[in-house]
Design a protein around this ligand. Structure first.
Ligand code: ADP
Length: 308
């Protein structure tokens, strides 16, 4: 297979591991800086160019699109899709997952366990909104934050009101969430590939920190999932539409609740905690999917020929 990895930095652990795993399996692989891809959007012959060269002949594209380049990155990925290159994760699913409110609404609609969550636009509605979600302590989140930045714990009503006013004053979109205190500053990252959780780890925030992100100094250990946690993670991935993703759960008194579905989950923490070749599993999955797609195309062209 000829594989394109869309990543801004070939030296990143996850990018390196994907390249390694693809090469070990005999595939040709190229890392492309998504911001250097440019495209010709025409109906009959869409094309992508890279530093003066036309990109051709790719079978699979593996997007590793950072949150800061979602808009441009998903546009490039869509162009690959127009050219019938199989995306490991589809552009539309990545866009869904990047908007915390949109993905929360999609998950709620399908009955997935979630922290009680509220959203409002007008400062006059804050008081009522806070009452709706059960009052302080509360977690306030920027809709497009990542790596724990823009996630604030407001311990009192007054603190919650002033943080919300400040965010609203800056015209930032925020949501307000029930604080799952019993999670004790830890969450569970479930690594989903296809319809399986291939590995899971518990991330514990640094002392005195309620956010468990590894980027914020959290530590990771292997964890055994309950069947309910496992099925919640798989369903959440399917609802958002991602083939490969990290589903973050909190262990609440009312069962597992989904906090986030991440379309570019890092490989370093999960490979270290699980001692598994997750990059290899991703490439294996890509191979299988491509084979299924090619086989079904072959079948339908045989049928068409038969009819003629
Ligand atoms: P990001 O996408 O920026 O990582 P998250 O929504 O995943 O933001 O939140 C970051 C961390 O904050 C989570 O990993 C979790 O440990 C903690 N956290 C988030 N929401 C809640 C909540 N409602 N209750 C308790 N802890 C939370």
């Amino acid at each position: 297979m000829k594989i394109a990895v869309l990543s801004r930095n070939p030296k990143l652990y996850s990018t390196r591991r994907l390249v390694e795993a693809a090469e070990v399996r005999g595939h040709e692989v190229r890392v492309l800086d998504v911001l250097r891809c440019y495209m010709n959007i025409t109906s009959h012959n869409p094309s992508i160019h890279y530093k003066g060269e036309e990109l051709k002949g790719f079978d699979i594209v593996i997007p590793r699109i950072g949150a800061s380049v979602t808009f441009y990155g998903t546009a490039v990925l869509r162009q690959f899709e127009m050219m019938n290159v199989f995306p490991l994760n589809e552009s539309v699913a990545i866009s869904r997952s990047r908007d915390k409110l949109r993905s929360t609404q999609l998950l709620a609609r399908k009955g997935i366990g979630l922290p009680v969550t509220g959203f409002a636009n007008n400062p006059d509605d804050i008081e009522d909104l806070l009452a709706e979600v059960g009052g302080a302590p509360l977690v306030i989140k920027l809709l497009e934050g990542t790596q724990g930045i823009g996630v604030v714990l407001a311990e009192t009503q007054k603190a919650a009101e002033s943080v919300i006013q400040a965010f609203m004053g800056l015209k930032a979109n925020i949501m307000v969430q029930e604080f799952i205190k019993e999670a004790g500053g830890s969450d569970i990252r479930c690594f989903v590939i296809g319809d399986k959780v291939v590995a899971a780890m518990k991330r514990q925030g640094a002392e005195g920190e309620f956010r468990s992100n590894l980027h914020r100094g959290g530590t990771a250990t292997l964890v055994r999932l309950t069947p309910e946690e496992r099925s919640t993670a798989i369903r959440a991935a399917r609802i958002v539409g991602l083939n490969v993703c990290g589903v973050d759960l909190l262990r609440s008194n009312h069962g597992p609740v989904v906090m986030e579905v991440n379309s570019s989950p890092g490989l370093q923490g999960i490979e270290a905690a699980s001692k598994k070749d997750i990059a290899g599993l991703i490439i294996d999955f890509a191979e299988q999917r491509l084979k299924t797609i090619t086989d079904s195309k072959d079948k339908s062209s045989t049928r068409t020929r038969g009819k003629g």
